[in-house]
Design a protein around this ligand. Structure first.
Ligand code: FES
Length: 153
């Protein structure tokens, strides 16, 4: 879908900015919104660029920097901590050789932390793109990451 088509789906209202940002981001192969995207949205809605940028930078789900093809979001809330998310984080960092907030040089993975994903019953939990993975163990995480690296996921 073209950017213009996305815009025309929405009424020119400020409360639609976040939805449009999400759709623009999904369209971008590097999972982010560009300055031009934000300007386009601002012009369409009829608000200053700074308002669109403010919305984009406020929400952690929206990025203004290029990110990997796959976004890994590891839950960083207490129930997941109690169930060992720190160990899981260490495994991911070791496997991908990146820190939280970084992207692998091949632009395949970005690692982020997130607040509770609402599935604490299967803690520790991570999301990769729209997929939720629970009851994580170091072994299970290595297997999942290998599947993504090999492109079988
Ligand atoms: S605390 Fe991790 S999913 Fe709720």
């Amino acid at each position: 879908m073209k950017k213009e088509e996305i815009l025309y789906k929405y009424e020119k209202r400020k409360d639609n900015v976040l939805y449009i940002l999400h759709e623009f981001q999904d369209l971008n192969p590097y999972n982010y919104v560009t300055d031009d995207d934000m300007q386009l949205i601002a012009d369409y809605i009829g608000i200053p660029y700074s308002k669109v940028y403010g919305t984009a930078s406020f929400y952690s789900m929206i990025s203004e920097k290029p990110r990997g093809k796959h976004i890994i979001r590891l839950c960083d809330s207490p129930p997941c901590h109690l169930m060992g998310s720190i160990d899981i984080l260490d495994v991911i960092k070791e496997e991908l050789k990146i820190e939280v907030g970084e992207t692998t040089p091949d632009m395949i993975f970005t690692l982020e932390k997130t607040a509770c994903l609402g599935v604490c019953g299967v803690a520790p939990v991570m999301m990769i793109d729209d997929e939720v993975y629970g009851n994580l163990t170091p072994k299970k995480v290595r297997k999942i990451l290998t599947e993504y690296k090999e492109g079988t996921k």
